[in-house]
Design a protein. Structure first.
Lengths: 348, 101
């Protein structure tokens, strides 16, 4: 039985289902897939944020949304805890629902129990700062500004942005990719991949039907653009008089050397982003099922180091594709093809 | 002053001519009391901004979350000045070549 169903049964309070609930709880406690534990014992950041829920039952979401009330102080005032009713504040509802959708992807598809796979609470703060035009992951919580009203509207309205921020937490607890240069661009890439997958999974969209955009809908009407980034076509997300043109490269030949943005982490992520889109497009169907599984296995496996570069990451995805689907499988071939498309040759 | 990073990874620059400011004396007092050379130069928090401030002969690169006290006051002053015509300007969407030139 899928773990998410076990989790639902485990929480049934109806006395008619007491026996089933207890059985499900026992199953969940024992359910820790081998591939989820790779490398964890070596991760330096594990000792914190490990507040497993009191029952020990896996797959129980625990959200907490706080309101910074227009100042740049964290965490702000708690306004909605898990199970609380809506507050009437759209940003709070969007954050709460978005965290739920992100948790659902990781748990229902990858059997990952929150960002640390140990039931860490999902915490977010909305209304951060005055006209604050950004969203970020601070190592503990997702933080969302309301936007400046000129370029950005509120950031919580994009599910892919919420998924992107939470995925930074997952990366922190797994591969720990250092946020600079190529490993930093891979950190960004992983967040874009899972941000896109959260949205596709929520909408039930296949790879062919999906927009592959990150941050669709967060620009104001004054901006000529669709989103922050496009995995399918890096460099085409916006072209605006004020913002300029989307600078993302879609091939290794166009890798941007810069001191800004931690070495262009939000720019050069376009290269692996397009490789992932290619893999998903080649395989068809739902991107979270095979392409997403390969990337998740890679992120949580033992091949990556915190300083992995594009070539090492690509080789790791090939290795994990072979491990899960076999040598010369369609998945193996698709992964090689995706990296070749963006100029990265893998040994295959 | 420049800012890079953020969810979009975009660079913005602000230029201020201090002598043209109506309260130039206060600007100089603030600039001279800043702890130049005591700043961290990297920001490893995903999607956060990094600020760079150059005021000859001084230069500092500061993660957004360390902008407190006089640093915060200076950044706010620069941004406010850029919204007044004539004494400062803001440049958005600077090209990659310009950034490193």
């Amino acid at each position: 039985m899928p773990p998410f169903l076990l989790a639902r049964i485990a929480t049934l309070e109806d006395p008619r289902f007491t026996r089933a609930a207890h059985a499900a709880q026992r199953s969940l406690t024992a359910f820790i897939p081998d591939h989820l534990d790779h490398g964890r014992s070596e991760h330096a950041m594990l000792p914190r944020l490990l507040h497993q829920n009191e029952t020990g039952v896996r797959g129980m979401i625990n959200r907490a949304i706080s309101d910074a009330q227009g100042v740049e102080t964290l965490p702000g005032v708690l306004v909605r805890a898990e199970g609380d009713a809506e507050t009437g504040d759209a940003s709070v509802s969007e954050a709460y629902d978005g965290l739920g959708s992100t948790f659902a992807l990781f748990w229902e598809v990858f059997a990952r129990d929150s960002i640390n796979d140990r039931a860490a609470p999902l915490e977010a703060t909305v209304h951060y700062g005055k006209h604050y035009d950004n969203a970020f992951w601070d190592g503990r919580r997702m933080v969302f500004g309301d936007g400046d009203g000129e370029i950005f509207d509120g950031f919580t309205r994009s599910l892919s942005v919420i998924g992107h921020e939470l995925a930074h937490g997952v990366t922190e607890f797994t591969a720990g990719l250092v946020y600079r240069d190529e490993s930093g661009a891979l950190n960004e890439h992983v967040s874009d991949v899972f941000g896109a997958l959260v949205e596709q999974y929520r909408r039930g969209q296949s790879a062919a039907d999906a927009s592959w955009l990150i941050g669709e809908g967060i620009f104001t009407d004054q901006v000529e653009g669709n989103a922050l980034r496009s995995l399918k076509a890096p460099g085409t997300a916006y072209d605006d008089d004020v913002l300029g043109k989307d600078p993302q490269p879609d091939h290794l030949d166009d890798y941007i050397e810069t001191l800004d943005d931690n070495g262009g982490v939000h720019l050069n992520s376009g290269i692996p982003n397009r490789a992932f889109w290619s893999v998903a497009d080649t395989l068809g169907g739902n991107a979270w099922e095979r392409a997403g599984q390969i990337w998740y296995d890679t992120l949580t496996g033992t091949s990556l180091t915190p300083r992995s570069d594009f070539a090492e990451f690509a080789a790791a995805t090939v290795e994990t594709a072979v491990a899960r689907y076999g040598s010369n499988s369609p998945e193996h071939e698709a992964v090689i093809g995706g990296w070749t498309l963006v100029g990265i040759t893998t040994a295959g | 002053m420049w800012r890079s990073g953020g969810l979009l990874g975009r660079r913005i620059e602000w230029d201020v001519v201090v002598d043209d400011q109506p309260d130039a004396d206060q600007w100089y007092v603030l600039i001279n009391e800043l702890p130049w050379g005591e700043c961290s130069t990297t920001n490893t928090t995903p999607d956060r901004y990094t600020y760079g401030i150059r005021c000859e002969p001084h230069e500092a690169v500061i993660p957004e979350q360390q902008l407190t006290g006089p640093w915060r006051e200076l950044v706010d002053r620069v941004r406010d000045a850029s919204e007044r015509p004539g004494t400062a300007k803001q440049t958005q969407g600077t090209t990659i070549d310009d950034q490193n030139g």
